[in-house]
Design a protein around this ligand. Structure first.
Ligand SMILES: Cc1cc2nc3c(=O)[nH]c(=O)nc-3n(C[C@H](O)[C@H](O)[C@H](O)COP(=O)(O)O)c2cc1C
Length: 213
């Protein structure tokens, strides 16, 4: 599917077909495509919990303001932003960059690690959390567009209690949960309401300096 078509056609789908599962291979393909999203220094600070067990979906729905789509969609992805990726995965990312010629030699590795801390702060800092969340949001958007290309539909959600999701799914305290994304096929016969209006570029854009007029 052409990218403009995917963007124009994507909608937050409220009604999923509960009878139509997402084939495992397709789901893997979707996650692989989503992971082609860009990320700061390629650090990829996202993790995904695939929820397809009906009992787990029922529990997730309780955390998510009772939203029916959480149970009706065949799969709900819990997108987790991991601030700890710098410490846990940074070395591997830099070794890959070295092997591919982005770094000249081994001696640059420690220098770039120092830049990580300069840019993304200490592990517990707000800066580090923002780093993890912004990159995970790019992963989410890539996933939603890739889904269109694979013939799937999605629905992003932040209408949930994060502490509840963390407790039920055993997510460690230092992680963040920016959103859930329901994935599946639209329920046959259901017509979507017209897309909610977007503000036009003239309203949200200024040139060369901040301006709201
Ligand atoms: C981060 C995020 C969180 C959202 N959370 C919810 C939600 O919890 N429940 C819901 O019904 N819609 C949710 N939405 C869907 C939006 O309402 C929807 O994307 C918006 O109205 C525009 O509609 P469209 O996506 O069909 O163009 C969310 C969207 C985003 C991007």
């Amino acid at each position: 599917m052409e990218v403009i078509t995917a963007i124009r056609g994507r909608r937050a789908i409220n009604y999923f077909d509960p009878q139509r599962p997402v084939p495992e291979e397709l789901l893997r393909n979707l996650l692989e495509l989503a992971a082609l999203a860009p990320s700061s220094f390629n650090l990829q600070p996202w993790r995904v919990i695939v929820v397809d067990d009906p009992e787990k979906k029922a529990l997730l729905r309780e955390c998510a303001m009772g939203q029916p789509k959480v149970e009706e969609a065949p799969v709900v992805l819990i997108l987790v932003a991991d601030p700890g990726v710098v410490e846990e995965y940074g070395e591997e990312v830099l070794r890959d960059r070295l092997a591919k010629g982005y770094l000249k030699d081994e001696s640059q590795i420690e220098g770039v690690k120092a830049v990580f801390y300069q840019l993304y702060g200490d592990r517990e800092s707000l800066r580090r959390k923002l780093f993890a969340v912004k990159n995970t949001a790019l992963f989410a958007m890539n996933l939603m567009l890739a889904a269109r290309g694979l013939g799937l539909e999605t629905h992003p959600m932040d209408g949930f209690e994060e502490p509840c999701v963390k407790r039920v799914f055993g997510i460690p305290e230092d992680k963040l949960v920016p959103m859930l994304v329901a994935v599946g096929y639209p329920r046959p016969g259901v017509k979507l309401l017209e897309r909610p209006a977007r503000r036009p570029p003239e309203v949200f854009t200024s040139r060369n300096t901040w301006s709201t007029s």
